[in-house]
Ligand binder design. Structure first.
Ligand SMILES: *Cc1c(COP(=O)(O)O)cnc(C)c1O
Length: 534
């Protein structure tokens, strides 16, 4: 009897506890304020992270049992703050200048709450209605910023069921994949006696078109999302042709002409030519105009990966750098990079509003043929109303605001490059085309040799190890941060420090502080010892 009552009690508690989670009570409001305070406190910290190394916090993340009982929210929050939030990275820090992630405008946080609260699913109209229309509208706006077609064009296509001006994705990776999926299905589409690659697969497609495989062409600096795309689309990573770049890290055009010819000679069908507007490693911009002309002449789909550099179109002073982007058949832009939006917003825009018909799918219970459902022409299924952030930013920051942000990033990158040129302790490896620059630290014993251009392979190996060590010590010290990459210089893979000047909060004195911090850390690293940093 006693046992039964206890069981009943527990049952009632579960019911009350769980149902309370779904209602908006005073308690819910107070928890919300508590969470806001956690975020505020985290963002006010002037350190980039704790100086604990990964090895010592990994132990806190080994438990794999689900909690058997319901738990009290406050104790959950305490645990979250101490174990997870504390060891996160403060990407808002003005001295965190190593990656493509930075501070966000304040309006995105409350809007995020609204988006989560409304819980719209833009996969179909029945779960989103206005949000689906909004997404089409906003993608139309970005489309117009790139292609600038006539008002008529946008009036016709922006909400027309058969048209797709763009697809919103969770990031640049999926945007690139979506673009190439469209291109593949177009290039190996249906024709007499063949219903298309999407339906019949690669072997049948190659037979139908009498070709020996397919290829995607771009520079060796293409983002690794193209390797993923080549694998997923079935053409194979080996068929992703990576061409050499010139000294300015832009695709070599004569290598491109040669590669197109080689593909033709081998009977390889070219799915797409990829131009990069802002490489991930150093922000270089391919000769888009020349590439567009070559693609047009050879009748090849031209895709521009502007995940990073796309928003440069908003700067009248610098947009010339992207000349030719308006000739692209498809363009990728990331919202969570230089549009200063939270993670999870990428997009691909299409010159031809009917291109995405090549990936169209329908399902009897949801995505119907005659509906305007966004899930119909998209790689992803269920998606949240992330477009809200994009709409807000385009309205609130606007063209002038983005112009300012882009121009400032470029100005600050040039400032940092000048500082580096002036200091014998540093060597500028790649000057910024936009707002990314590559450099390295040169310890005292090598400075004269570097100045005289007499660095040997052995010297370079030591400089590589020194810079690797400097960068990881800097991360662990946690006061300032730049990232690191490997770039080919005179045919040799070289370790470089990488600064990304994209945080609006970063000032010239923050840049000075980052370099000074590096001098301080470098002074503690021995240069003659083989055991450096080990
Ligand atoms: C960041 C980036 C990508 C990938 O985007 P994600 O949003 O990380 O998926 C692709 N290409 C370039 C040039 C990038 O900078």
């Amino acid at each position: 009897m006693k046992e039964e009552i206890a069981q009943l009690d527990r049952h009632n508690c579960i019911e009350d506890c769980i149902l309370e989670l779904f209602s908006s009570s005073d308690r819910a409001l107070s928890i919300e304020r508590e969470i806001d305070a956690i975020a505020e406190e985290f963002l006010r910290r002037d350190r980039i992270s704790t100086n604990l190394d990964l090895g010592s916090i990994v132990e806190q993340f080994r438990e794999s049992q689900i909690s058997a009982e319901t738990s009290d929210l406050s104790s959950y929050l305490k645990d979250l703050t101490e174990n997870v939030v504390l060891h996160s990275i403060n990407t808002y820090s003005p001295r965190y200048i190593g990656h493509m992630t930075s501070a966000l405008p304040y309006f995105v946080r409350p809007l995020g709450k609204l988006m989560t609260a409304l819980n719209q699913n833009v996969v179909k109209m029945e779960t989103s209605k206005s949000f689906s229309l909004l997404e089409r509208q906003v993608l139309g706006t970005i489309h117009r910023s790139i292609y600038d077609f006539a008002e008529d064009f946008y009036q016709t296509h922006i909400q027309k069921n058969e048209s797709t001006l763009g697809v919103l994705t969770t990031g640049g990776t999926l945007a690139n994949l979506t673009a190439l999926w469209c291109a593949r299905n177009f290039v190996l589409g249906s024709k007499e006696g063949f219903t298309g690659i999407e339906n019949e697969g690669l072997t049948a497609a190659f037979n139908a078109y009498g070709c020996e495989g397919a290829a995607i062409i771009g520079s060796q600096l293409m983002h690794y999302s193209f390797d993923k795309a080549a694998g997923l689309l079935g053409i194979g990573e080996k068929s992703l042709i990576k061409l050499p770049v010139d000294r300015d890290r832009r695709l070599n055009l004569s290598a491109l002409r040669q590669a197109i010819q080689t593909c033709r000679d081998r009977g390889q069908r070219i799915i797409a030519l990829v131009g990069i507007a802002g490489t991930t490693d150093c922000g270089a911009i391919d000769p888009l105009l020349e590439m567009a002309e070559i693609a047009q002449e050879a009748n090849i789909h031209f895709h521009v990966d502007a995940a990073w550099g796309g928003p440069v179109i908003f700067s009248p002073q610098h947009r010339e750098k992207l000349a030719g982007i308006e000739m692209a058949d498809s363009v990728t832009i990331d919202g969570h990079k230089q549009l200063y939006l939270p993670m999870g917003i990428g997009m691909v825009l299409f010159r031809n509003p009917y291109l995405a018909k090549n990936i169209e799918k329908c399902a009897p219970y949801t995505i119907r043929k005659d509906s305007i459902d966004l899930g119909k022409r998209a790689l992803e299924g269920s998606r949240p109303g992330m477009v809200l952030f994009l709409q807000a930013a385009l309205k609130i920051i606007g063209k002038k605001g983005y112009e300012f942000l882009i121009d400032e990033g470029i100005r600050k990158a040039r400032y940092m490059a000048d500082c580096i040129r002036k200091q014998a302790e540093f060597e500028l490896l790649v000057a910024p085309e936009i707002n990314i620059l590559l450099y390295r630290y040169i310890p005292q014993p090598w400075r004269q040799k570097v100045a005289a251009g007499q660095i040997t392979e052995l010297d370079n190996q030591k400089l590589d190890r020194f810079n690797e060590c400097l960068q990881s010590l800097q991360l662990q010290t946690g006061r300032t941060f730049v990232s690191r990459t490997t770039i080919e210089i005179d045919g040799r893979p070289t370790i470089a420090l990488r600064a990304v000047l994209a945080n609006p909060l970063t000032t010239e004195s923050d840049i000075d502080a980052v370099l000074e911090d590096q001098l301080k850390i470098a002074a503690q690293i021995p240069t003659n010892d083989e055991e450096v940093c080990r």
